[in-house]
Design a protein around this ligand. Structure first.
Ligand code: DQA
Length: 142
């Protein structure tokens, strides 16, 4: 069975409470439930990680990537500046889909640039939780 890593970056533990007009009212646990339902449908395994610290996210990816077939990552604000996370994703040589819940191109100027996106096969931005589910469909086909 294919195994995917689903990684959420800083402050995404606050989903549901954090700026609900932008990120919605559903929690990280709700997101994980929706992903688990999709995983059953697609017959894939998913393992989750949420971290508020760049280093712990990189440690998780380095440790778990060798036993995985793909990565779905919402780097959150790390997308906008973390060259360390970019280097990590490049080094792992797995298919990566970057997801953003909000449309990063329709918000503040600084959000429209993602330095991590270059390490991704593609980026899904602005489709809410559905972005993660579409990323799973894509990776399952690979
Ligand atoms: C985000 C967009 C980022 O700009 C922001 O820093 C986040 C969440 C999103 O999912 O829309 O924390 O990645």
């Amino acid at each position: 069975m294919k195994r995917f890593l689903v990684v959420n970056g800083p402050n995404l533990n606050l989903l549901g409470k954090r700026e609900p007009h932008i990120y919605g009212t559903r929690s990280l646990a709700d997101l994980m439930d929706a992903i688990r339902v999709k995983a059953e449908e697609l017959k894939v395994q998913v393992d989750f990680f949420q971290g508020n610290d760049e280093g712990e996210i990189i440690d998780f990816l380095q440790k778990e990537a060798p036993a995985s077939a793909g990565i779905i990552i919402n780097p959150a604000a790390l997308a906008h500046y973390s060259l360390a996370l970019f280097d990590c994703l490049q080094a792992l040589a797995l298919p990566v889909v970057e997801v953003h819940i909000s449309n990063i191109h329709a918000r503040e100027e600084f959000r429209s640039k993602s330095v991590t996106a270059r390490a991704a096969r593609g980026v899904i931005t602005g489709l809410g939780f559905t972005g993660y589910l579409l990323a799973m469909e894509y990776l399952t086909e690979q």
